[in-house]
Each structure stands twice: as C-alpha cells, then as structure tokens.
Design a protein. Structure first.
Length: 120
C-alpha cells in the first residue's frame, strides 16, 4: 500500500520544487525509496545494468540540463537565460529529467552490484 502513496508524494515534491526549495533530488529520493520497497518485496526484479534504457535514463537529466542551458545561450543572454514567459515550463522539463536520473541513480546505489555467475 505504501508505494502508490510514496509515488504521489514524490511527484508532489517534484512539482512544488519548481516554486519552492526541494524538487528533483528530494522527489527522486522518495521515488527511489518506493522502487526499493517494490524490489525488496519481490514484486519486481532489479533491471539489468547493461540495459540501454537504464543507461539513457542515467544520462537524461544532465543531458537535458545541458541542452536547455545551451538553448539559453541562443535565445537569451546567458546559459539558462530564458524569457520569463517560458521559464516555468523549462524549469519543469529540467526538474522532471533530473528526477528520473536521481531516482535511478539512488536506487541502483542501494540495490548494490548485480550478481555474477561464478567464474569457471
């Protein structure tokens, strides 16, 4: 019963982080803990570390941040400089991508290394 409530709380913290302190890291930590609860309960298995989707998720946050920052150089005066009218959606895009990266990173740190077959 706890993971659905935790997922909603994590998304709420992410959403509020666009206006107040908190956001991507705090929301990601909550979501990672819910993912770990599901793994510990045996409902799901940890993803394969060599998965392309997993690796893309790990670099999504920094990549989006960098791309949006460079867009500010072309559309504004400096890195991450955007007109006030589009600032909120841009912040939410960055926060969402960073939350995914933080969630996966923290969950993988705590899940530990993948098990390996014994060496023959």
């Amino acid at each position: 019963m706890l993971p659905p409530v935790g997922i909603v709380a994590g998304i709420y913290v992410l959403w509020e982080g666009a206006n107040h302190p908190g956001g991507a890291f705090q929301g990601g930590a909550i979501l990672a803990s819910m993912w770990l609860l599901v793994l510990m309960a045996g409902i799901a298995e940890a993803p394969a570390v060599g998965s392309r989707r997993l690796r893309l998720t790990l670099i999504a946050g920094p990549s989006v941040f960098f791309a949006v920052g460079l867009g500010g150089l072309f559309l504004g005066d400096a890195f991450l400089a955007y007109p006030e009218a589009v600032a909120k959606p841009v912040i939410l895009v960055i926060e969402f991508a960073m939350t995914l990266t933080v969630t996966v990173t923290l969950a993988l740190f705590l899940a530990g290394p993948p098990t390996r077959e014994p060496f023959p």
